[in-house]
Design a protein around this ligand. Structure first.
Ligand code: FPP
Length: 247
């Protein structure tokens, strides 16, 4: 954990290495002001930039954002198309800011099933930031926890059949290495999960990785979630007593 002191206000704030966020409430944010749901996603996208920079400035090592789940394909097709276009807009507009902040972009999820244009733009963002050494901004895009576990099982089973791996040697490390989050290295498991909009569930996000994650449910809709909300949720996390199964 990083000790941080922002503008002298947050003395001794212990900043978690890996924060994961379920960015919920875009639709309700839009509805509240009589706008279509996609207006909420657009403002949600703008907030990704604000919160990524705030997290980076706080010293967070990995920020994982649940941007599109494997279940989100069931939404109306116009909304799905809009969500698939968001990375194009986001990286098109904000790449200079990410580079300036030394942020490295990674994507966890089933990239192969994405529309060509979306896949190309995320591949470019990954390539353009690959040498950055600051915070890792992990977009969980076309991601589902159960599907990820099934996928890892297939990877391991294929290795066993090819005799590259003895089934007796399968342990938690081997399993973790077969998950999408292996790209996050030592920070693959979130320390803190924040879900916005007041909903209190994990919705198939990072199921394996969240075995010991502290969870904070923030009532703000994602487009309204500010750096102050982030700091406040980290303070709540700081008051938790993490025992990892010990006493
Ligand atoms: C959940 O809110 C939000 C989503 C399914 C999409 C989240 C995506 C973003 C915030 C933008 C991502 C940005 C990039 C660059 C990929 P909801 O629609 O379920 O809200 P509701 O529960 O109020 O209806």
């Amino acid at each position: 954990m990083t000790e941080n002191n922002i503008d002298g206000q947050n003395n001794n704030l212990r900043v978690p290495n890996h924060i994961a966020i379920i960015m919920d409430g875009n639709g309700r944010w839009a509805k509240r002001s009589g706008q279509p749901r996609i207006a909420g996603h657009k403002e949600g996208m703008n907030n990704v930039k604000r919160i990524a920079i705030a997290a980076s400035d706080l010293g967070v090592k990995v920020l994982s954002l649940y941007a599109f789940s494997t279940e989100n394909w069931k939404r109306p097709s116009a909304e799905v198309s809009f969500l698939m276009k968001l990375p194009v807009d986001f990286f098109g507009v904000f790449m200079p800011d990410l580079i300036k902040e030394n942020i490295r972009v990674v994507i966890t999820g089933f990239k192969d099933n994405l529309p060509d244009k979306t896949r190309k733009v995320v591949d470019k963002a990954i390539a353009d930031t690959k040498d950055n050494t600051g915070m890792v901004l992990n977009f969980a895009f076309n991601y589902g926890g159960r599907a990820e576990i099934v996928n890892a099982t297939k990877i391991i089973a294929r290795k066993a059949i090819a005799k590259e791996l003895d089934p007796e040697d399968i342990d938690e490390k081997v399993f973790s290495d077969a998950l999408f989050t292996h790209v996050l290295g030592e920070y693959s498991d979130p320390d803190l999960l924040i879900r916005t909009s007041g909903e209190e569930r994990i919705s198939n996000f990072l199921l394996w990785q969240m075995a010991y994650t502290e969870m904070v449910f923030d009532s703000a809709y994602w487009p309204d979630f500010t750096s102050d909300n982030l700091v406040n949720d980290i303070k709540i996390f700081n008051d938790r007593d993490r025992r990892f199964g010990t006493v």
